[in-house]
Design a binder for this molecule. Structure first.
Ligand code: NCD
Length: 491
């Protein structure tokens, strides 16, 4: 079965570890003396394969490191650096482009400004698709490089241990709202048990849908300093995300923070009490191009040598996916705590290992099939994603992409756009076969079990009426024709 990497969720933890072990091998065998993070030379492993890059957005390191990785594996590369000035400018859809390119190459790397674009590409080709960034949504291969960098620094402390960041505290700084690298990274960090301190710039907090996915999918909890009386000394951060070690009662995002402390193991509580320093900074630039109003980036937090004099940060290693603007001073470039250029160098061995895995050059590496976490709801009629940046909302793509949602919760019924992760609580349930709707939302289950395709969900009654559906006889009319539920996240 073809495997793609659209979201970091597409890889199991042990597959990530296996990819890293392969990257280690490439570095062991191919790095030059004195530069153990830099691959040199060429192998012949991928000599029969061609990689195609489709970049609809600017890129330097991601595209070049993919191309370098493929060439060093012995493969060939065909690139369309400016797809926007070629086919897309003529109105070609993503589906058509990948169905053409699949005749020319064996693996496709795509970067696009629309959230969910890589998912559309993966849906329309049988080649492995690698997401090199889809709008402000995800950037899973950067996350692999970030985790590899964390692992390299952490391994110095923990020899030969399985990949785990349980003892790692990482502070995320800057634009957590639009930074796609941050989104993929927090999911992975939650899975590997790291403590995450979000330090966002004003107006740049993690988006709601990212917080919801952190909580729902990975059991990640938000711990607030003010709620933890005995920890509230000056050094303790205002917020920390933690993932409980054992099974615990799943918490919805809001309302239950006070219980968080008690969901942690004694060991975790003790470690939090002792947490006086930060192991890693992960800085990101202000994502100017993704702020609707262009944004100003004023009061944007910067990291420099002076800041690392603070006792909390004296040992802190500094990571950055690059490019940097003003948020990361050049005075850390020669400082051993600045690991961002190594992080960029790791892009080659890590991407070599990823390409080799997806092309099945080492067959047992990605052995497990990926099971969907949630049931799928999909219907051309009814609910549509309201995120204006979602690929399903783009006129060109909307002609053929059928909206798809994961059913992530049953009470209340909550669905998540497969493409961009925005979550919704539909309030009206109807049937395609009868066009009769009701506000008794629990009835979705019966319809779905009998015939998933017959189920049509609407956010509110007005949408059902506009689509020509009628209230089922004997059913109570929902109060008013106003929307009963606004989407949980709208921007
Ligand atoms: C990032 C990206 O494109 O999202 N760059 C990268 O791939 N290393 C980060 C950014 O552009 O700020």
């Amino acid at each position: 079965m073809t495997r793609s990497l659209v979201s970091i969720e597409d890889l199991h933890n042990d597959e990530i570890e296996a990819i890293f072990e392969l990257a280690d091998r490439f570095l062991d065998e191919m790095a030059t003396t004195g530069k153990p993070h830099r691959v040199r030379g060429r192998r012949t492993l991928a000599r029969d394969f061609i990689l195609s890059t489709l970049f609809y957005e600017p890129s330097t390191r991601t595209r070049l490191s993919f191309e370098s990785a493929m060439l060093r594996l012995g493969g060939q590369v065909i690139s369309s650096a400016e797809v926007t000035s070629s086919s897309a400018a003529k109105g070609e859809t993503i589906a058509d482009t990948v169905r053409v390119v699949e005749n020319y190459a064996d693996v496709v790397v795509i970067r696009h400004s629309h959230e969910g674009a890589a998912q559309v590409a993966a849906d329309y080709t049988d080649l492995p698709v690698i997401n090199a960034g889809d709008g402000g949504h995800e950037h899973p291969t950067q996350t692999l490089c970030d985790l590899y960098t964390l692992r390299a620094a952490h391994r110095q402390k923990q020899k030969n241990a399985d990949l785990s960041f349980k003892d790692v505290t990482i502070e995320l700084r800057g634009d957590l709202k639009h930074g796609r690298t941050v989104h993929s990274l927090v999911y992975a960090l939650a899975r590997f048990g790291a403590r995450i301190i979000p330090s966002h710039a004003p107006g740049c907090d993690l988006p709601d849908h990212v917080k919801q996915r952190l909580a729902r999918d990975y059991g990640c909890l938000l711990l607030r300093k003010q709620e933890i009386q005995d920890l509230a000394d000056d050094d303790f951060p205002e917020f920390v995300y933690v993932t409980p070690e054992g099974p615990h009662q799943r918490t919805l995002w809001t309302g239950e923070e006070a219980d968080v402390w008690f969901k942690l193991s004694l060991d975790q509580r003790q470690k939090l009490r002792e947490m006086k320093s930060v192991d890693f900074f992960y800085a990101t630039r202000f994502q100017k191009e993704r702020h609707e109003d262009g944004g100003s980036g004023e009061e944007y937090p910067a990291i420099d040598a002076a800041m690392l004099k603070n006792k909390r940060y004296r040992q802190t290693k500094v990571m950055h996916p690059l490019p940097r603007v003003d948020e990361l001073s050049y005075d850390l470039d020669e400082d051993p705590r600045g690991v961002y250029f190594k992080q960029a160098a790791y892009g080659v061995p890590v991407r070599m290992a990823l390409i080799a895995s997806l092309l099945e050059l080492f067959p047992s590496l990605l052995s497990q099939s990926r099971e969907a976490r949630y049931p799928l709801y999909s219907n051309a009629q009814g609910l549509r994603c309201t995120n204006g940046k979602c690929v399903t909302r783009q006129a060109n793509e909307a002609r053929y992409v059928i909206p798809k949602f994961w059913i992530v919760d049953e009470t209340p019924l909550t669905v998540r756009c497969v493409y961009c992760d925005f979550e919704y609580e539909p309030r009206i349930v109807s049937r395609g076969s009868t066009k009769k709707y009701t506000a008794e939302i629990d009835e979705w289950r019966e319809i779905y079990d009998r015939s998933p395709r017959d189920l049509i969900l609407y956010l509110n009654e007005q949408e059902a009426i506009d689509a020509g559906h009628q209230l089922r006889r004997g059913r109570k009319r929902p109060t008013g024709h106003r929307p009963l539920s606004e989407p949980l996240a709208t921007t």
